[in-house]
Design a protein around this ligand. Structure first.
Ligand code: 5GP
Length: 135
């Protein structure tokens, strides 16, 4: 049975979509550390990111690079940080987090609670920038 992230990528469970390709999907983390906190997943359901095939992992990182560029344009920051945990959801994912300081990458920080319309607006800004890149 498909897990929650596979269902999100298939559009069976709603998400705030930021970007997509035939192989990968990017959407807002439902409990963001900062505004613009995005998850990148392969459509193929694999738990541990380092179990992905070499080519798939390389393509996923390149896809994440383009999503990060869109995040940085939408939410100016010093850099977009990249983290992989995967302890909660068993479907490989990369966290992309716009950083002003290293503290923005602390997963023990309290999470933001954004209203539905604000989450939609955040995702739309990232999506517009991603689509403008034509990737
Ligand atoms: P990890 O597996 O990397 O430890 O954490 C999973 C991340 O996915 C968390 O940051 C959590 O907020 C996020 N998350 C868990 N379930 C959902 C969901 O149903 N939708 C979205 N958009 N994010 C989720």
């Amino acid at each position: 049975m498909a897990g929650i992230f596979a269902k999100i990528a298939a559009g069976e469970i709603p998400s705030y979509k930021c970007a997509e390709s035939d192989k990968f999907y990017a959407f807002l983390d439902i409990n963001p550390l900062v505004k613009g906190h995005t998850l990148v997943i392969p459509r193929r359901e694999v738990d541990y990111i380092f179990d992905l095939d070499d080519d798939e992992l390389a393509e996923m990182v390149v896809f994440a690079k383009h999503v990060a560029a869109a995040i940085k344009k939408a939410f100016p920051c010093r850099k977009v940080g990249m983290a992989v945990l995967g302890l909660e959801v068993p479907h490989a994912h990369i966290h992309l987090i716009p950083m002003q300081t290293e503290k923005d990458m602390n997963f023990a920080n309290p999470k933001l609670k954004l209203a539905d319309d604000e989450m939609a607006a955040v995702a739309a800004r990232i999506r517009e920038n991603f689509e403008a890149e034509g990737k």
